[in-house]
Design a protein. Structure first.
Length: 317
């Protein structure tokens, strides 16, 4: 495990890539560190920050921080591992605070807290388009994995009976292998499901629109469909949509402090998606209200400024 020094009090670890600059959120984490320093210089310089990317927290356990004992507090900012599992005791004992994405449940006794996602650098900022001037009613573009088969079937008027049955059985033994045998390489264009909409299921991660086009379409969309990836409904799509004032339809989010009051439409079963979307499209007043609240919520709870303040407040007590 290679530990790199970004600043005297900021260490970075990237188990999978070996270099944190190769990670999608690299520049935004640099900005986050800058915002920590702007919030409270004394607190910042008294703190050792370790930013770690890893799919397996156990892989970080051998970390040796004995040469950094002079710092008043040590904070681990853990990126990755979407299952939402906890942290090994051997690792948690090395830190005063651990902040982790995708956490199912906070564990203050072991210094473990959730924190919002930091979005990738590559998706450019775009101006917020007035809601009544947006071109598209509904937008979705993403990889078709086995957990998105149910929403694909619900949106696809021509879905076969087998697709609908299999979408409820994807977790059976051999389900992943069977899914790949049947659906690998397939794409689905379901733009006609709703008027003036773009709904595309692609055949791989990052195989849809380029980042600039994706950002522009999102900014010009009223409703964003946000199904979970492989493990968690928390995803970059949710954040990108909220910050652009879109109305988001998502699966239930974790019960963590920063999602309390989120102005998104929760959907427990994607079989209801067409009804939910049509009800929204027939209620412009509700959509206008949700759009304004989405921007406010993102700025107050999920932006880089708010993430920096959230971590600072929880670790400066």
């Amino acid at each position: 495990m290679e530990i790199n020094k970004y600043k005297d009090n900021v260490l970075t670890i990237s188990i999978e890539t070996g270099d944190w600059s190769k990670n999608l959120e690299y520049n935004n984490y640099k900005t986050l560190i800058q915002k920590f320093e702007e919030l409270d210089k004394a607190w910042f310089h008294d703190t050792l920050f370790v930013i770690a990317w890893s799919d397996d927290p156990a892989g970080l356990s051998p970390m040796d921080l004995t040469s950094y004992s002079s710092f008043k507090r040590k904070i681990l900012i853990y990126v990755g591992e979407e299952h939402g599992y906890g942290i090994p005791e051997e690792l948690s004992n090395k830190f005063d605070y651990i902040f982790k994405n995708y956490l199912r449940k906070e564990d203050p006794d072991n210094h473990l807290y959730s924190y919002p996602l930091v979005t990738p650098d590559a998706v450019p900022d775009t101006n917020v388009v007035p809601f009544n001037e947006r071109k598209y009613n509904v937008f979705y573009s993403g990889n078709l994995n086995k957990y998105r088969l149910k929403i694909m079937c619900a949106l696809n008027a021509h879905a076969k009976l087998f697709d609908k049955i299999f979408s409820s059985m994807v977790d059976i033994k051999g389900g992943s292998r069977l899914f790949n045998m049947i659906y690998k390489g397939k794409t689905y264009n379901l733009d006609d499901t709703f008027p003036n909409s773009i709904i595309r299921f692609n055949n791989g991660f990052n195989t849809g629109f380029d980042k600039k086009t994706y950002a522009e379409i999102t900014s010009n969309s009223k409703i964003i469909l946000s199904p979970k990836g492989f493990y968690s409904p928390e995803c970059f799509r949710l954040y990108e949509a909220l910050r652009r004032g879109c109305v988001v339809i998502t699966e239930p989010l974790p019960k963590v402090p920063f999602y309390e009051g989120i102005p998104a439409i929760g959907i427990a079963n994607w079989a209801d998606v067409i009804r939910v979307v049509n009800e929204l499209l027939n209620d412009e007043t509700k959509m206008d209200d949700l759009s304004a609240k989405s921007i406010q919520f993102y700025n107050r709870h999920l932006s880089l400024n708010s993430i920096a303040e959230y971590i600072y407040k929880r670790s400066s007590k």
